[in-house]
Design a protein around this ligand. Structure first.
Ligand code: HEC
Length: 112
């Protein structure tokens, strides 16, 4: 095999490995457990949370257009403002990636 082919093969394998590790955990149960209370089942914060946290975002198409998965992971690592707490002691990096992907999925679903 030529070196070029080997290089391509090894790039493909490492990309697949990265994806596989992010998929090891399902984002949905993590979201239900840690995020749903404030952000709502479908990414629309319940009325009482909107009243309590006036800065809380709805996860919709306009929201997600301005963010990439890694910026959601950054928020989860560092927290934001005084009410969006850091999850770095509660979630592993893989779990943060998975839940960020789930937030993206929610944002693409039609809102009521
Ligand atoms: C205690 C309520 C609460 C919980 C629990 C919570 N959040 Fe938040 N979240 C907030 C509030 C309030 C904001 C708005 C923060 C601000 O902009 O000041 C926010 C903002 C965000 C943002 C938008 C940040 C930005 O870029 O503007 C994302 C993404 C987010 N939360 C994801 C999550 C995820 C994922 C979880 C679960 C792992 C979670 N949140 C759990 C209250 C919560």
């Amino acid at each position: 095999m030529s070196r070029g082919v080997l290089l391509v093969l090894s790039l493909l394998t490492s990309a697949a490995a990265t994806r596989a590790s992010a998929q090891l955990v399902d984002g949905k149960p993590i979201y239900e457990l840690h995020c749903r209370e404030c952000h709502g089942v479908r990414g629309v914060p319940p009325q009482n949370m909107q009243v309590k946290y006036d800065r809380i975002a709805t996860f919709d198409a306009a929201f997600i257009k301005r963010r990439r998965d890694d910026s959601i992971v950054t928020i989860l690592t560092r927290g934001k403002g005084k009410n969006m707490k850091s999850f770095k002691d509660k979630l592993t990096p893989d779990e943060m990636i998975s839940v960020a992907m789930y937030v993206r999925e929610l944002a693409h679903k039609a809102k009521p």
